[in-house]
Design a binder for this molecule. Structure first.
Ligand code: AMP
Ligand code: MG
Length: 418
């Protein structure tokens, strides 16, 4: 196992006391080794999992040329520049092919999905033809091969269609099923332990004593982790006490990742620093961002450690900007899961100083055909309501200064942020 300190200190521009967001992401990435163990699950249960095998079709999908519409299968060479009269010799339904061959001057009634009757190459939709008993009158202007779905048009024998590392969404589940595959190999789920630290934290169910607050971080963390589809180990609230913390970290170190909140800010960090240094290899960073400046990253036992700040908004911002990416990478994803940055017009001035990346909580809305964004009220990192009111982050880049009303800014949508 390569040392985290060694890996990180080799990176260009690595400065633990003023670490740029992009550098922190790069530093974390450089240290991660994704899970490699696999398990086989029935295809339905693979939803939300990460594929661990190649999917290579051993059949064509569709398996036969078939009709894309309800109508008449004809031989294109029979049609002329004027109306053509053909004799209908039978019907082909989806799942019920026509046995007879369609000869010159003949046609067959076909329904959507029916195998193209032998001899035919073109489908004329039923609304276009006139019928007189068994006589079918086809108007001119048809195109050869129209309304036919060809064998292998969707998936072709031997041509790989999904690679390991793909997230399996409903579309992929259906696609695998369309190949008649009932079980797939997926990467094993990540196990993530988490706990909140702080002597001021009360748990739901107990009455608040003076100076106490209810622990909310474990609840937002639980929600964010659940959406990521990881297995969770909730270790509860841990007092600011070396013995209790050590016990919690030891227990958590058997997982793939540990997420803690609180205790990494200046003043608190010292005893935690010593403890973490004793148990593993942990770096304490001051990140050039707001909110979320203090953060610890390292490894304890088999687990990567993400020591997030205590402030509720900072927990969510650091989770979405660093932990989410790390956990998706660790879970073996190789597809593109970066959160897109979209552009919107700021409807108000925004205060910002150069030298840090800010994640203000915003409300994206449409006005006069244009997407605009405004900040939620108070932006304090303890104001969780600002997250609840927001539907996006307004991402103000490192070098950027204040924003004037009417200037474009980058936003990240919160919906879909799994
Ligand atoms: P700390 O990083 O431990 O200094 O905490 C910073 C701030 O976040 C303090 O005001 C804490 O009371 C608050 N805080 C820490 N942990 C939690 C938690 N689990 N739930 C809600 N607020 C918290
Ligand atoms: Mg604390």
């Amino acid at each position: 196992m390569t040392s985290i300190v060694q890996t990180v200190s080799c990176l260009d521009g690595y400065d633990p006391d003023a670490l740029r967001v992009d550098k922190a992401i790069e530093a974390i990435r450089a240290c991660l080794t994704p899970v490699s163990e696999k398990e086989t699950v029935p295809v339905r249960q693979a939803l939300g999992r990460v594929l661990a095998q190649d999917i290579v079709p051993d059949i064509d999908v569709p398996a036969h040329d078939n009709s894309a519409m309800d109508g008449y299968a004809v031989r294109f060479s029979d049609l002329s520049g004027k109306e053509t009269i053909l004799e209908e010799i039978g019907t082909a339904l989806a799942g019920k092919p026509l046995r007879a061959k369609v000869g010159a001057g003949q046609c067959a009634r076909v329904m959507t999905g029916a195998v193209m009757p032998r001899g035919t190459d073109t489908v004329v939709i039923q609304e276009m033809v006139k019928r007189e008993g068994k006589r079918v009158l086809v108007p001119p202007g048809q195109k050869k091969g129209q309304n036919v779905r060809y064998a292998g048009e969707d998936l072709k024998i031997g041509v790989p269609v999904l690679q390991p590392g793909r997230l399996l969404r409903p579309a992929e589940i259906g696609l695998i099923a369309s190949l008649g595959i009932g079980e797939v190999a997926v990467k094993r789920r990540l196990r993530v332990a988490f706990f909140a630290t702080g002597d001021e934290l009360a748990s739901i169910g107990s009455k608040l004593k003076e100076g106490e607050i209810y622990d909310s971080n474990r609840y937002t963390l639980h929600g964010m982790l659940e959406r990521l589809g990881v297995e969770m180990v909730d270790l509860g609230v841990v007092r600011d006490d070396p013995g209790a913390l050590e016990a919690a970290l030891q227990k958590a170190s058997r997982c793939d990742a540990i997420i803690t909140t609180g205790g990494v800010s200046v003043g608190e960090a010292d005893f935690i620093k010593q403890l973490m240094a004793k148990l593993g290899e942990v770096l304490f960073w001051k990140i050039a961002m707001r909110p979320g400046r203090p953060m610890a990253f390292g490894r304890i036992g088999a687990a990567y450690l993400f020591g997030l700040p205590g402030n509720p908004v900072a927990v969510m911002v650091t989770f979405y900007q660093f932990v989410r990416d790390a956990l998706l990478h660790l879970s073996g994803r190789t597809d593109d899961y970066e959160i897109p940055l979209l552009k919107a017009i700021s409807s108000q001035p925004l205060r910002k100083v150069p030298g840090r990346t800010e994640y203000q909580r915003g409300i994206l809305y449409r006005e006069g055909g244009e997407w605009k964004v405004r900040a939620t009220g108070q932006q304090g990192s303890g104001v969780l309501r600002s997250m609840s009111e927001a539907n996006c982050f307004i991402v103000l880049e490192h070098a950027r200064g204040g924003v004037a009303a009417g200037e474009p800014v980058a936003v990240q949508l919160m919906e879909g942020l799994a």
